[in-house]
Design a protein around this ligand. Sequence first.
Ligand SMILES: [Zn+2]
Length: 457
Amino acid sequence: MPTGTTPDFSNVLATIDAQRDETLADLLRLIAQPSISAQDIGVRECAALELELLQKAGLEPRLLETSGHPMVYAEWLNVPGKPTVLFYGHYDVQPSDPLDLWYSPPFEPEIRDGRIYGRGVADNKAQHFSHIAAIRAWLTATGSLPVNVKVLLEGEEEVGSPHLDEAVAHYSDLLTADLVYTSDGPVTDVRYPEISFGVRGLLYIELRATGPNRDLHSGHWGGVSPNPIWTMVRALNTMLDDQNRILVDGFYDNVKEPTPGARAAMDALPFDVSEAIGRIGLTEMAPPADLPYADRIMAQPTLNIAGFTGGYGGPGSKTIIPSKATVKIDMRLVPDQHPDEIWEKVSVHIAKHAPDVEIVRLDGGMVPSYTPVEHPLAEVVRDAIEVGFGARPIDIPLVGGSLPDAAWTKTLGLPSFLVSYGDPAQANHSPNESYAVDRIRKGVVTSAALLDGLART
Ligand SMILES: [Zn+2]
């Protein structure tokens, strides 16, 4: 029986509609509660409100303490033998400044032209609240859930999830499940729902070259003192060729070919590449010319100079030999690379080719992560999205950015599916963040249909 066609599910749909006003009111309350993790504003109060809303939905919630802001956890495990889904989301939000650019105050949610405006509405409150509303509708309509459910809401996503991996490892017994399901971020094109299967990883380093102990007169000392900016340029030139091939020994050793399903999905992406690069003011992509767009994001690592500082950059001329040069480099990694392994290889490279340059690792980095597009549960997720959004989703094998997805796929060893309920207009992290009101029902129905579909796997 296809997902979303049982009599029970009809009752759930009717309940979702009957609870519509209350769902919206609860969501507005959630948005009105500030929870800015970076500034420690309202975070615990918001966690307490999440506990209340989860309890109202019929779950047994509690806080899981971490070394940072707490996680909110709830479970309903009354159908032994049925699958267990772990819904992940985050209740913290970005800072709201600059305040003068908001048309309505960030923590006084307002509905205008079919969109709710407020800080955190899209990222991530309306999205994870869709799961909670779906659970509530199931329990109201049928007194039960068709599968076991766990909900985990993090309070530090917007500051880089510094304790997520540690907490997931610590609570791994509690978090056991058959899959992890996350709704966050916008889809790429408002016309198509999407399901994302993985993320690129990240390694961030700084290179430092040092010359004389102060900036020098380039006439008095030119030819005598080495110039650290040239030292840096030579070092950088050993790292990447003119086709953007990374020259660090062994850098590509663990780059995995996309699976056949991922390859097919990449070839089928309906995005207009010339339109996309036109939007950033370009007419062609970086070399090599023949590399398809999808491969650049989903199959290839990068070594990107994010910043280069040194010498004089002010108006007019200043004739100096600078005393130091600094470069910041981020590397986006793909499966099965690991930031520790790449750090090792880049360090060896710099020691060999640019011994005068100091290399520093700036943070722990992020491990790339993916779930195969061919995973059997992916079809259940696709069916649920079709019930909620009325269209088959596009498969995105890997998104270009980095998220702590490896906490699920590596630490817990679970398949993980990212299904964005938001649209491209939602302005995450910006003033006037918003969420389309009609996407609330679509999201809630998708989450409800997921529970229905999982029950029959
Ligand atoms: Zn965010």
